[in-house]
Structure formats: structure tokens, C-alpha cells
Design a protein around this ligand. Structure first.
Ligand SMILES: [Zn+2]
Length: 184
């Protein structure tokens, strides 16, 4: 008797959980439909802007008016609680094709800035003019996702010779390697 009553309880629970799941499923669906109607066009990132338009945009008057001659990230300030910024920037500013934060990073906030190895005018803003190294995300404020894209784009541009880079000059004493050569 005890076994059968337990079984009945189990069955009841399974049926109930199924009904709950269905209810949740339908309610989720209606929420998604409502959200789709309310997307702000300024925050919509589902459309992909081609690199060619981004390259043209960087030479346009509109770009000059917004950024001037400064790098894109100079006037950006990270938004965080407390006096000290967290060591890592946020993972991504875009969720499901929509900007999910009030203070998106300098690349995510402007949809016409595309990280690509051909877009050298944008990439060279992220390379330090003093050390020749790629600026850290802590300084530029880029989200982790865009920072990784930046690293790939700059490495590719260096590889294809689209961006220049300095090789440190080293003096060698060749007589240490080959005694027939007299050191100068
Ligand atoms: Zn971002």
C-alpha cells in the first residue's frame, strides 16, 4: 500500500511539473514577442555594417565632429561603483543583438566602428605611440569581447603589412659566434 501511494505522489508531481513547464514556456514566448516590439533602434546591433562604410566613416565630417583628432576611447569613462575600477572590463555590451548596458564601450556604442584588419585608421588608435604595444582594455575601456577582436585584427594587420611596427635595434658582437669575424 505504501509503495502504491508513493508512486501516485510521484506521478502527480511529474504531471504537475509538466503543466508548470508548459505554462512557463507560453509565458516566456509572450514576453519575447513583447520585447521584440520595444527594441530601441539606437541599441539594435543585429545589422552588420560592412568594413568599407566604416573606413569611409573614419574619413568623414561626422567622425571629425564627434571625435576630432583624438583616439576613439579617450573621452570614454567606465561606469562602476566605488572608487576603484574592476580589473576586468565587462564581458560584452551586446546581448541577443541589443545593447544591454547604459554605458557601452567605445566600439560598441558607435555601430560604424568595425574592427577589421583593413580598418587601419581605427586600429592604430589602439597601439601606443611610445611603446608600440596594444593598449590594455583597462585603459581603453573596451569590453572583453571587442578587445579580443581588436587583438586579432591588429595581429592580422601587422602580418599583412597594413600596419607598421618597430623592431627593437640590438647590437651583436659577431666575434662571439664566429671567430673569423673581427668585431668592429
Ligand atoms: Zn563593448
Amino acid at each position: 500500500m505504501a509503495l502504491s501511494s508513493n508512486l501516485r505522489l510521484l506521478l502527480n508531481r511529474i504531471v504537475l511539473s509538466d503543466v508548470r513547464k508548459k505554462i512557463r514556456f507560453y509565458s516566456d514566448n509572450t514576453d519575447a514577442l513583447n520585447e521584440q516590439k520595444e527594441i530601441d533602434p539606437a541599441k539594435d546591433r543585429t545589422k552588420t555594417v560592412p568594413v568599407e562604410t566604416s573606413i569611409k566613416y573614419l574619413q568623414s565630417k561626422a567622425y571629425q565632429q564627434t571625435y576630432g583628432n583624438k583616439p576613439v576611447w579617450v573621452l570614454y569613462r567606465r561606469n562602476h561603483k566605488g572608487g576603484l575600477a574592476p580589473k576586468k572590463t565587462r564581458k560584452s555590451c551586446v546581448r541577443n543583438g541589443v545593447i544591454s548596458t547604459g554605458n557601452p564601450c567605445p566600439i560598441c556604442r558607435d555601430e560604424y566602428l568595425i574592427l577589421d584588419h583593413r580598418n587601419t585608421k581605427l586600429l592604430e588608435q589602439f597601439v601606443s605611440e611610445y611603446t608600440g604595444q596594444i593598449q590594455d582594455a583597462f585603459i581603453t575601456g573596451l569590453c572583453q569581447k571587442k578587445h579580443k577582436e581588436l587583438l586579432v585584427a591588429i595581429e592580422r594587420a601587422w602580418d599583412q603589412g597594413l600596419l607598421t611596427f618597430d623592431v627593437p635595434f640590438r647590437e651583436y658582437d659577431y666575434s662571439l659566434y664566429n671567430k673569423n669575424i673581427v668585431s668592429q
